[in-house]
Design a protein around this ligand. Sequence first.
Ligand SMILES: CC(C)(COP(=O)(O)OP(=O)(O)OC[C@H]1O[C@@H](n2cnc3c(N)ncnc32)[C@H](O)[C@@H]1OP(=O)(O)O)[C@@H](O)C(=O)NCCC(=O)NCCS
Length: 215
Amino acid sequence: MKPVIVIGAGGHAAVIADALQAAGVNVLGFTDADPAKHQSKQCDLPVLGSDATVLAGSDRNDVLLANGVGGVKGTDVRRALQQRLQEEGWRFATVIHPTAIVSRHARIGNGAQLLAGSIVQALAAIGEGAIVNTAAVVEHDADVGDYVHVAPRALLCGAVTVGNYSHIGAGAVVRQGIRLGERTLVGAGAVVVKDFDGGGELVGMPARSSAEGIA
Ligand SMILES: CC(C)(COP(=O)(O)OP(=O)(O)OC[C@H]1O[C@@H](n2cnc3c(N)ncnc32)[C@H](O)[C@@H]1OP(=O)(O)O)[C@@H](O)C(=O)NCCC(=O)NCCS
């Protein structure tokens, strides 16, 4: 893989850089909007400068980008960032930590991130820019949409469908065959046993709709 610049320098960015390095990829450093961070180091890698400055000095043919923006509630910031840069001709690395178990019969979208200890089973599909975070499990035939964040230790049982831009909270369980529409926000620890149209929030066990949901 070509050398990678990680966009962002927060916690998720550190995890992404670490996963790439563990996979033997040359990570050049991070970008960050905050000038106070420039030239500092994180995980022994430099914060190179703002997105604009760093990308102006880089060649789209020589480097890949990695999306370092995470999200505990919404997926819009990371989606907007990646889509804008892709439209400008940049390509995003697909990040697979060497301890992730990924079936050869799974489909992994461009720029998806499968982090330490995650499992993606046969015939599952992971959308563009989606995150399968630490120790999360995506079972067989599940269909995870674009820019979805499956947070640490969440479990999507077989043939679950998760609409684009959704967030499945840490430790949540979604029962087999359940269909969640676009922009569903599942709270941490929820147990989802019914289909949901999306555009809202589900919490509790069994999960029930609450509040306005995802931004
Ligand atoms: C569901 C969630 C989005 C709500 O966040 P919020 O709007 O900031 O909610 P608050 O913390 O203000 O809590 C509002 C109410 O919901 C309850 N609540 C919050 N999260 C809950 C959850 N996961 N399950 C059940 N109830 C929850 C709170 O107890 C509180 O109840 P109260 O009004 O009776 O006191 C959030 O708690 C959550 O679970 N986010 C996912 C976190 C995650 O996946 N992190 C991983 C990042 S890598």
